[in-house]
Design a protein around this ligand. Structure first.
Ligand code: SF4
Length: 323
């Protein structure tokens, strides 16, 4: 008997997997990559948690499908920011359900806890997720199973319902107790949670879609660097540190040209279709972030085209263009 677990790396989904593995069932931990979550740190963390409970880790990339079908048209709307949590959960279960045959699994599990998140994990939301994903009966939530309707794996006797949990609400006491009992270590997930719940990132998406069509290749351009919208509509991205610079430099996105100078300074990207005025402004703003100590006109490379200007703007001047 095999189950697929929706796995985020958090303690609840790890415990949910352990409860099922302890009943002699093989569990594949399925992490769904929406493009707005996992960082490198988190990936290492997720693999570590899976190892501790004996689950096999797999990741499924749904970025394109997520943008086309969930992010901008959620049936149940958004949370506080750009997070379409109910539709997002439903999409994840739909994807996991699609994988069942290929991976030889008989049911699905998740670490959802009834009432833990007032908006997305109340009884009504959990039911909406079931309806939207067409997973009714197949989706077992081991952490709150005893408070929920019996599912197929319980009815068919594949899983002993009595050995599942009855957790509800925001109190984490029982989870801590279980973590201790199972000897779990390092279960605090590192940063890099879902960016869609972040106010600043949500603003960047709003700004982007007001000017352009959002595609998978645009995700990294929103994640790194200072983000500026120039007066005639161009988008300017200026690296904040070595990490940003390295990532931005490697981005190949036809919507942007790369800006570089001979000076010591950040890597920058500008909308490929920027007007002349925005190009000159972009050059001045990039120069404002270069290491001081140069004088007179400077020449910048705009994706193979040279542009010369003086540096007469400061970093303070840049502030008004920040998204
Ligand atoms: S927090 Fe992000 S990943 Fe989690 S359900 Fe909401 S939108 Fe999806």
């Amino acid at each position: 008997m095999k189950a697929i677990a929706l796995f985020s790396g958090g303690l609840d989904s790890t415990l949910a997997m352990k409860l099922i593995i302890d009943q002699g069932i093989e569990v594949i931990a399925c992490n769904i990559n929406t493009g707005f979550g996992s960082t490198k740190d988190r990936l290492t963390h997720m693999k570590n948690m899976c190892e501790q409970v004996g689950a096999e880790f797999r990741s499924v990339d749904i970025r394109d499908e997520y943008i086309k079908e969930v992010l901008f048209t959620p049936k149940y709307g958004y949370g506080k920011n750009f997070n379409p949590c109910i539709d997002c959960h439903a999409k994840m279960f739909e994807v996991a359900k699609r994988k069942m045959e290929e991976w030889g699994a008989s049911f699905l599990i998740s670490g959802e806890v009834l009432g833990q998140r007032p908006m997305s994990q109340n009884r009504e939301s959990l039911d909406k997720v079931l309806n939207l994903s067409n997973c009714d009966g197949l989706l077992l939530r081991p952490m709150s199973a005893k408070s929920l309707e019996p599912t197929l794996p319980e009815i068919n006797g594949w899983v002993d319902r009595e050995k599942l949990e009855n957790i509800s609400g925001r109190n984490r006491e029982r989870q801590m107790e279980l973590a201790e009992q199972f000897g779990l270590k390092d279960y605090e997930a590192p940063g890099g949670g879902c960016l869609l719940t972040d106010e600043n990132f949500s603003n960047k998406i709003r700004d982007f879609i007001a000017h352009d069509t959002f595609e998978v290749a645009d995700i990294p351009t929103l994640k790194y660097g200072r983000q500026l919208r120039l007066p005639e509509g161009a988008k300017l991205i200026i690296g904040r540190n070595a990490e940003d610079n390295a990532v931005l430099e490697a981005i190949e996105n036809p919507k942007y040209i790369h800006l570089s100078t001979e000076l010591v300074g950040p890597h920058a990207m500008l909308s490929q279709n920027a007007s002349n005025n925005d190009r000159v402004l972009a050059a001045k703003l990039v120069l404002a972030y270069c290491k001081a100590g140069f004088e007179g006109e400077q020449t910048l490379d705009f994706g193979g085209v040279a542009l010369s200007t003086v540096s007469d703007l400061s970093r303070n001047d840049a502030q008004k263009y920040f998204i």
